[in-house]
Write a protein that binds this ligand. Structure first.
Ligand SMILES: [Zn+2]
Length: 503
């Protein structure tokens, strides 16, 4: 009988999924909790992933004419008040600056002083402050469109936080555009969702469902919110990106007006769209296993680690030279617009060395010892395979095939996630069955993605949320029109929507 294999991460996913998640982050050295409640420290291995996300997405944005800019961290309270739904949506989670200096409290401490006449909000999002600029920059239709993006941090005061998934301060990009016509703004909303879809599926290897949010789940102040939703290994959904059509709501609030071609003064149409470090949390939860982080090669900070094996001291020089030669040869190659990055780890720490790289999720591990050099081969392990599965390959062949191997890992991670989602997505028409499935779900098994009919009433949506903590993740674009009955109230419905528990 096979011995039950030990895992590098305890607890395992099945034992305690949330604890496993925290442990994967810790063991991979991506990030840690900070002394500031709700805020995290992103360490170099984690930040390099964010840098790769930034570089890749930034190029995609710029290809569509978007330019980067930077706006203030502080938003005057009165700005936020310009759009009623907007302020209501964010009021509960705002960090507010009320003073501008510190004074001695006479007991060796400090106290805030210099009360501001108008409080400043640490930006939860920047529609209103960017709108103020857009209003000044726009007089004629010739000034439009304005296509802006900023890479920044935002603050949304969270009571329950979890690294990458939900932190009070997080990193993101926020795009903001203004257009002369409604159709152009709607096109831009979809174009950016297309870019998010492509990036998340191609680079993060996370399959997504594209759709529209229900009215109650919309971005505060938007006319339409489109989104991409991914399934995590515990079958919960994670919203990986949103693109909003804001209609003329923010243009009216911020007074973004222009003279159209006919000479009539009219309000612009705006959009906003964003993804954040939350995506990294999603990527961790989709691919990682009980041995730690698993990184899609296209986003990994490094692709290959070489682990030299020294049997005798006199081998050291030959082996290190051989390792360096291998690194140089590999690093001459490009992988999806990026140089292949190779680490050499010659620390003498025994088995912890190899396990360390497994836990960091590096796509390919190479062991290089005297025998491999003699045979002109390398001993390779892929992170998408079980950690004890290793194979000897001819050294030249390995160098030739490295990009194929990495593409193959990338594809296998994506396909695995597609299969998992398929196996856990069901159409349900019976209310009892729907309730039973979610009521009995717990721990690692948080139910499934359920496609069910919904009449469109907020009451039904609210009831299911209250009863089961299940929400309508989106009305998928590809869900066909068909006759059915609402899963909650049995009234006629013309379309299925996507239900799930969500992060
Ligand atoms: Zn209903």
């Amino acid at each position: 009988m096979a011995k039950k294999s030990k895992t590098a991460i305890t607890p395992t996913r099945e034992q305690d999924y949330p604890a496993w998640y925290q442990e994967v982050i810790k063991a991979s050295d991506m990030a840690e909790n900070s002394p500031v409640r709700g805020c995290m420290v992103i360490k170099p291995w984690g930040y390099a992933i964010w840098e790769n996300i930034m570089h890749q997405m930034d190029a995609m944005f710029k290809q569509t004419g978007v330019k980067n800019a930077y706006f203030p961290l502080f938003i005057p309270l009165s700005y936020l008040e310009k759009e009623a739904e907007h302020v209501e949506g964010f009021a509960k989670e705002c960090a507010v600056v009320t003073h501008h200096k510190l004074e001695s409290d006479g007991e060796g401490g400090l106290k805030p002083a210099g009360k501001l006449t108008e409080p400043l909000i640490v930006r939860p999002t920047s529609e209103t402050i960017i709108g103020e600029s857009m209003a000044r920059w726009t007089t004629s239709y010739r000034d439009l469109p304005i296509l802006l993006n900023q890479w920044a941090n935002v603050v949304r005061w969270e009571m329950r936080t979890r690294m990458f998934l939900r932190t009070s301060e997080f990193l993101w990009q926020e795009g903001h555009t203004a257009h002369a016509t409604e159709s152009e703004a709607k096109e831009r909303t979809m174009l950016m969702l297309d870019i998010y879809t492509k990036f998340v599926e191609d680079s993060l290897a996370m399959p997504v469902i594209r759709g529209r949010k229900t009215v109650s789940e919309r971005f505060p102040g938007a006319d339409d919110t489109t989104c991409i939703e991914a399934m995590m290994q515990d079958k919960r959904a994670l919203q990986a990106g949103t693109s909003h059509f804001l209609g003329q709501n923010f243009a009216k609030g911020s007074d973004i007006k222009f003279q159209n071609e006919e000479g009539t003064e009219t309000f612009a149409w705006t959009t906003s769209w964003g993804v954040s470090t939350r995506m990294i949390g999603g990527m961790i939860m989709v691919h990682s296993d009980d041995d730690g982080l698993v990184l899609p090669p296209r986003i990994a900070p490094a692709h290959v680690v070489i682990l030299p094996i020294f049997k005798k001291d006199e081998d050291r020089r030959t082996i290190m030279e051989s390792a360096q030669g291998l690194k140089d040869a590999l690093e001459e190659k490009q992988f999806h617009g990026r140089k292949i990055i190779v680490e050499i780890d010659d620390r003498d720490i025994g088995g912890a060395r190899g396990w360390g790289w497994v836990k960091k999720g590096i796509p390919v591990r190479i062991e290089l010892g005297p025998r491999d050099i003699e045979q002109n081969s390398v001993f390779m392990a892929r992170r998408d395979n079980p950690s004890n599965q290793k194979q000897s390959i001819d050294r030249e062949e390995f160098i030739d095939q490295i990009t194929d191997i990495l593409d193959n890992i990338q594809d296998s991670l994506f396909n695995r996630a597609v299969i998992r989602r398929k196996e856990n997505t069901f159409e349900i028409d019976d209310k009892k069955e729907f309730y039973k499935l979610y009521q009995k779900s717990k721990g690692f098994n948080n139910g499934a993605f359920i496609m069910s009919h919904w009449c469109g009433s907020e009451k039904c949506e609210e009831k299911i949320k209250k009863d089961l903590s299940v929400t309508i993740r989106c009305i998928p674009f590809d869900s066909p029109t068909e006759e059915g009955r609402c899963i909650c109230c049995d009234n006629p419905s013309s379309r299925r929507v996507l239900f799930a528990k969500a992060y």
